[in-house]
Design a protein around this ligand. Structure first.
Ligand SMILES: *[C@@H]1O[C@H](CO)[C@@H](O)[C@H](O)[C@H]1NC(C)=O
Ligand SMILES: *[C@@H]1O[C@H](CO)[C@@H](O)[C@H](O)[C@H]1NC(C)=O
Ligand SMILES: *[C@@H]1O[C@H](CO)[C@@H](O)[C@H](O)[C@H]1NC(C)=O
Length: 545
């Protein structure tokens, strides 16, 4: 018996040794060290930034190959679309960079000088309040946060501009009786303007994605008007539509601003729907107002009941669409935009704590466990959208295989789980998948997520890159990410700098505390609010559904 026991223990040790040492070594890491990867990401960021500062500055829209450029309102002066959006990525990279500190600091200070001396919102042009809020107001507020924390330059420059901008955006709320703003405003005249198409209806995700920015500005300035305006979009939305009972918390993508009523029955987590759900949870994470967690909870239960499905043959989890209302068929189409949901569900379950710690907390329950599993499954699905593509880059939209016939002109993924229609083969260097991968990594510390992130980063670096006439590297959107070599389009999106490269860099940082900051939908981080200061300023939830 004794000898057998020793023998057994010896065998067990050998097996353990094999798995610990031999297997682990056999599985080769794609990257060397996290610091080396951060440097690679900074290099790609700075290559893009250098080209923009020499050839595109200070225009809002820029084509790196043809050097054509224009402003966001084509008739007006620049709004800093690229400069303001990219700025906090430079602060963030600067804070942990080992090689590029000087160049990043130079970029930060040049941007600050331009914002201080040149940027003016006295522009006689109509701007979309959602895009302007998430990119410009969000970018100014997070620049203010970083400049204060890291003591670089003058943080007040950014706050002053943020107040000026938000006072103009606030005028979009003026004409509507429901509390829901019109979709645009003329920055100079203050005229609120309805959406020119869709029968004047606003996108539901647009007016429900101003709340973090407006509330943070109230928190910083003590002026509660911004908070109240942003919050006041919800009573009509929930009550006029019976959103919780009739719609299970799942909002159709268009709303008439005057009545607060939905237009049509199209429900999806892709474009025009996505960040309605995101800002319910993120308001809770930022301000700890319990109401928004409850609303988020009900929407997530609705989503799990009506929209989540699995592909054939590999059972990849996905979130489909209900174009004709909840009681009609599920369309198995998913925008790349939906890929933020892995990270959101993971943050909703853990509130930014490591999963092992979160599971031990008293508030852990079966709904959170279900959300957590779905978070991992959706992130895996979104990774597969890159991994299976010939360029290693995901298309704008995929359709999952639900057993129905696959169109002849579609590209079918090698595993057979999803296909891509000819019109959906473009890639805009979007952030949502690396965003979810970043959250899952820091909540688990599972190196698998860094391997996925590095694979995607390398594909961006290799397959969105083109050389300029003077042999500089340019990174571009793609018209087609399926055929190799990839077909480039002469365009960069500001979210390549503001979001995609920022989330990749965060993935390879080693001490990221996700309980302390909340990222707006354009990846601009705001610090979580102190309950004491909220009380002092009288900032609190002013409605109930
Ligand atoms: C800057 O980096 C340090 C060290 O990694 C980190 O602890 C700190 O939170 C960072 N600051 C900000 C504002 O992100
Ligand atoms: C607070 O903000 C509102 C909305 O822009 C503005 O009209 C008002 O003048 C501000 N109040 C103060 C005291 O600055
Ligand atoms: C990208 O290019 C590098 C160097 O040319 C190569 O080592 C790497 O395998 C490529 N990565 C991908 C994902 O194609």
């Amino acid at each position: 018996m004794f000898h057998k026991g020793v023998f057994g223990a010896l065998v067990a040790c050998l097996i353990a040794f094999y798995y610990l040492v031999v297997e682990q070594r056999g599985e080769q890491s794609l990257y060397t060290t996290s610091e080396a990867v951060r440097t690679e990401i900074e290099t790609v960021f700075l290559e893009t930034w250098r080209d923009y500062s020499s050839n595109g500055w200070p225009y809002d829209v820029y084509s790196p190959l043809g050097h054509s450029k224009r402003n966001m309102p084509p008739s007006g002066d620049p709004m800093g679309w690229i400069i303001v959006d990219a700025l906090d990525s430079m602060f963030m990279m600067y804070n942990s960079s080992s090689v590029h500190k000087n160049e990043l600091l130079k970029g930060i200070l040049e941007a600050q000088v331009w914002i201080d001396n040149e940027l003016s919102y006295e522009i006689d042009a109509e701007v979309n309040i959602f895009e302007t809020t998430i990119r410009m107001l969000g970018g100014l507020l997070s620049a203010h946060y970083y400049a204060s924390e890291l003591r670089i330059g003058n943080p007040r420059v950014y706050l002053r501009k943020a107040v000026d901008l938000c006072d103009r955006l606030a005028l979009a709320f003026e004409k509507s009786e429901s509390g829901i703003p019109y979709s645009s405003v003329n920055l100079q005249t203050g005229e609120a303007i309805k959406n020119h198409v869709d029968d004047g209806a606003s996108s539901t995700a647009e007016f429900t994605t101003l709340q973090m920015e407006f509330k943070y500005l109230s928190y910083l300035t003590g002026n509660s008007t911004y908070w109240k305006l942003a919050e006041n979009v919800y009573p009509a939305l929930y009550k006029e539509n019976d959103l919780l009972d009739r719609y299970h918390g799942l909002a159709p993508i268009y709303t008439y601003p005057d009545s607060g009523r939905f237009m049509g029955q199209n429900i999806r987590f892709g474009s025009r729907g996505d960040s309605f759900y995101e800002y319910l949870l993120k308001q809770y994470l930022l301000t700890h107002e319990k109401l928004y967690y409850d609303l988020y909870r009900q929407s997530m239960e609705g989503m799990k009941a009506f929209l989540v499905s699995q592909s054939s043959p590999s059972k990849f989890a996905y979130i489909g669409e209900k174009p004709h209302g909840l009681m009609n068929a599920l369309d198995p189409k998913m925008d790349h935009l939906v890929c933020f949901m892995g990270g959101l569900l993971a943050m909703g379950a853990t509130e930014g704590q490591n999963i092992n710690k979160a599971r031990r907390s008293l508030s852990w329950n079966s709904q959170k466990e279900e959300d957590w599993r779905l978070a991992q499954d959706l992130t895996h699905t979104c990774y597969q959208m890159y991994h299976q593509s010939p360029s290693g880059l995901a298309p704008e939209i995929v359709v999952f295989n639900d057993g129905r016939a696959i169109p002849d002109n579609a590209w079918l993924s090698p595993s057979g789980d999803f296909y891509v229609k000819p019109a959906d083969r473009h890639n805009l260097q979007r952030p949502e998948t690396v965003e979810s991968i970043m959250f899952l990594y820091h909540l688990t510390k599972d190196d698998k997520y860094r391997q996925w992130g590095y694979e995607i980063f390398s594909s961006f670096a290799n397959n969105t890159c083109e050389f300029s006439a003077d042999s500089q590297k340019l990174y571009l959107s793609l018209k087609d990410c399926i055929d190799l070599p990839t077909v480039k389009s002469d365009n960069i999106e500001s979210f390549w700098l503001a979001e995609t490269l920022k989330y990749l860099h965060l993935l390879f940082q080693d001490d990221v505390d996700l309980t302390r900051v909340v990222f707006n939908t354009e990846a601009h981080p705001f610090p979580t609010f102190e309950p004491e200061r909220m009380r002092e300023l009288g900032l609190r939830t002013g409605w109930s559904p």
